[in-house]
Design a protein around this ligand. Structure first.
Ligand SMILES: Cc1cc2nc3c(=O)[nH]c(=O)nc-3n(C[C@H](O)[C@H](O)[C@H](O)COP(=O)(O)OP(=O)(O)OC[C@H]3O[C@@H](n4cnc5c(N)ncnc54)[C@H](O)[C@@H]3O)c2cc1C
Length: 459
């Protein structure tokens, strides 16, 4: 194969999308992937008729970049939404309580459903309603999700909404994660309307007929398979670990084992912590930023049962668990209630989500301990009888980037420093965007910048 124009370090969704977008522009990319398979944290397995997503299982509709990519890869007809009823539950006092309808990320957009819910105490409900009267903050500085939600909606909303929902989807700490990096639109809502509730109501968002998420019959892994199939043969090298970057157009990428590759441009798309050592001898400032991005570790445990083993109706997509409830589970998904085609007829698949910033030693436990803990808690909550017919444990060490307060400002300094190295680019969840849609959108943007750089170089 002729030598590549661009070496991409990391074959997760960010690196693969960058490669695909570059190849479509006639650029020759080479993806170096440390593992023996593509996709990074995206992993789908097919076991005994069950389709199990070990990592991500949902593509957000509101951020359409991932769905758009799926359509461009010919998967448009295969995308399907979550099954109704599209509700979720929150564990409070050991009981699963339905999240009130008419909410956006748990924030009320209509009063009625919030008055009747058991999820909040009366003082808590009144405090949330007073959000309409809380003056807007004048400072434009970043703040944590906990600070923003506590200021606007009160502490109970932080404990039972913001922490399990807004921080929980990032496996993060509600008092550390950045509002600006993760929920900038809510900050803007406060500034434009003086109240988040007022802003959400003024949007008069028609309820999406498809709910909030979509997936594919073969799991999210189908997106990775389609990307890989669309790349020119030989674009990905598996079992290839980048060890150091040096030079300045051409760059040299050293691999573990001693080999070195030359390319006019390099895209860093491994996790930030894995990128840091590559840059130590190259630019200590860039390496320091990469090292400063914290990551949380998680595990998911998938359990398959006969449907008649589970007493709970599981009418919804699953539940989240506030840390105040002191359980090992952070969340549980009722996969076969959430998605079609995930289990054989008469069977049910559920999945527990453990670890995160609040439980940093989760992966010290053995697979069997994780499986037991999940089974015990699910058994109590869902009235399960007997053992699962299928169980799988997935370990995700340092897989969830934590965009903490100030992330955007630190990233801006990193980006400014990157411009001192023309032809060097960075993308992926450690840098910009923390879910699949954001990673796809940023990867496509970066691919455009790489192509423009190569074009300007050859002029
Ligand atoms: C359990 C879990 C559930 C999630 N659920 C959802 C969800 O439902 N929806 C959603 O949108 N998002 C979800 N996310 C987030 C989303 O999956 C990630 O943000 C996204 O997939 C990250 O992609 P990435 O390419 O940036 O990184 P990664 O997927 O981490 O890929 C980085 C790649 O770099 C490779 N690598 C590392 N070091 C080197 C090296 N030195 N040389 C070569 N290769 C290297 C790694 O092996 C890896 O393949 C979830 C995340 C987790 C962990």
């Amino acid at each position: 194969m002729p030598s590549p124009h661009v070496v991409i370090i990391g074959g997760g969704i960010a690196g693969l999308t960058t490669a695909w977008a570059l190849a479509a522009r006639g650029v020759r990319p080479l993806v170096l992937e440390r593992a023996a398979r593509p996709g990074g944290v995206i992993l789908t397995e097919h076991i005994d008729g069950f389709t199990i997503d070990g990592g991500p299982d949902a593509l957000l509709i509101q951020k359409p970049a991932a769905l758009q990519l799926a359509r461009e890869l010919g998967l448009g007809e295969r995308l399907f939404p979550t099954l109704p009823p599209r509700t979720a539950f929150v564990l409070r006092g050991g009981r699963l309580v339905r999240l009130p309808e008419a909410s956006f990320l748990g924030i009320p957009t209509r009063i009625g459903p919030f008055i009747t819910t058991d999820l909040f105490s009366w003082p808590g409900k009144i405090r949330m309603g007073l959000e309409l009267l809380v003056p807007k903050r004048l400072s434009n500085d970043d703040e944590s999700i906990g600070s923003f939600m506590g200021r606007r909606f009160g502490r109970e909303a932080v404990t039972y909404l913001a922490e399990p929902l807004l921080a929980g989807i990032h496996a993060g700490d509600v008092d550390r994660l950045s509002m600006r990096a993760l929920f900038g639109r809510l900050l803007e809502a406060e500034h434009s309307h003086g109240s988040v509730i007022r802003a959400l109501r003024s949007l008069k968002m028609p309820a999406s007929p498809h709910g909030a998420f979509m997936s594919l019959p073969g799991g999210v892994g189908e997106l990775v398979d389609a990307l890989v199939a669309a790349l020119p043969a030989g674009t990905i090298r598996y079992g290839a670990t980048a060890a150091a970057v040096e030079g300045a157009g051409p760059y040299r990428v050293h691999l573990e084992g001693g080999e070195a590759l030359e390319a006019r441009a390099v895209v860093l798309s491994a996790p930030a912590w894995a990128t840091a050592p590559l840059l130590d001898g190259f630019d200590a400032g860039l390496a320091a930023f990469c090292r400063s991005v914290p990551y949380a570790s998680t595990a998911t445990v998938a359990l398959g049962f006969r449907r008649d083993q589970i007493g709970h109706p599981m009418e919804g997509s699953g539940f989240v668990v506030p840390r105040a409830e002191r359980t090992a589970l952070m969340a549980g998904s009722w996969i076969t209630s959430k998605w079609p085609m995930r289990a054989p007829e008469g069977m049910a698949l559920i999945r527990g989500f453990l670890g995160g910033a609040g439980d940093p030693y989760i992966l010290d436990r053995s697979d069997e301990e994780l499986r037991r803990a999940t089974l015990e808690e699910m058994t109590a909550l869902l009235d399960i009888r007997g053992e699962p017919v299928v169980s799988r444990v997935y370990r995700w060490p340092r897989a969830s980037a934590q965009h903490e307060v100030g992330h955007h400002a630190r990233l801006a300094a990193f980006d400014a420093r990157l411009t001192a190295h023309p032809g060097l680019f960075a993308t992926g969840s450690g840098f910009r965007g923390s879910g699949i849609p954001d990673c796809v959108a940023d990867a496509r943007k970066v691919a455009g910048e790489v192509a423009a750089f190569l074009g300007s170089e050859s002029e």
